[in-house]
Design a protein. Sequence first.
Length: 150
Amino acid sequence: MIRAVLVINNHGKPRLIKFYEHYSEDEQQKIVKEVFNLVSRRDDDVCNFLEGGTYDVSVFSIFTYLSRLIGGQDYRLIYRHYATLYFVFCVDSSESELGILDLIQVHYILNELVLGGMVLETHINEITHRYEEQQKLEKQEVSSLYIVLI
């Protein structure tokens, strides 16, 4: 089950927030802040899944605090970092990580179509072209990381 969908910019400012369980405004703000603290600390070349028990002490304490806010240890954060945005899904263990990553790509494409409530693009060829450009950039980043590691 998806518990929350968060789109946060590189400065920690939320761009889209959708909770599928009731949380007070204060709790929502705490969750967004802690999720951003967790995902923004990670390098772009590491796994896009966060589960309990796999972090250093400082990150683990944030994760423990966040698990209390969300409601238990049976959840994961699955995220992707695209240019200036973090797309984060908070899910329980019944969700497929790869399925959620596919869903994140759909959100990325939707973000290319609509910005600030305005429709930016409706031509399928232009949308496809932008998506292919993003794929090329991701491959270049992976290649450059591989070269640096060698």
